[in-house]
Design a protein around this ligand. Structure first.
Ligand code: SF4
Length: 73
């Protein structure tokens, strides 16, 4: 488990995260990342069954706008 945050200032809006983990990330009408079902920028708990997808999204985000903290519950 862990938590994830998004940095909307850093986001380039390419949508890689939405493609990799569509249950967690979406691109809003401003072409910036947001969480699905959560209007905050986090941190939010990573859903257990989405851990792998969120890690992949964080690793492949071109602007390092997805901040994953694996230590926190
Ligand atoms: S992958 Fe990164 S830059 Fe691209 S939309 Fe997601 S958070 Fe933004």
């Amino acid at each position: 488990m862990g938590t994830v945050s998004v940095d909307r200032e850093m986001c380039l809006g390419v949508g890689n995260c939405e493609h990799v983990a569509p249950k967690v990330f979406a691109i809003d009408h401003d072409s910036v990342v947001r969480f699905v079902g959560d209007d905050t920028t986090g941190p939010i708990p990573v859903p257990p069954d989405e851990q792998e997808a969120v890690e992949r999204a964080a690793e492949t985000c071109p602007s390092a706008a997805i901040l994953l903290n694996k230590e926190q519950a």
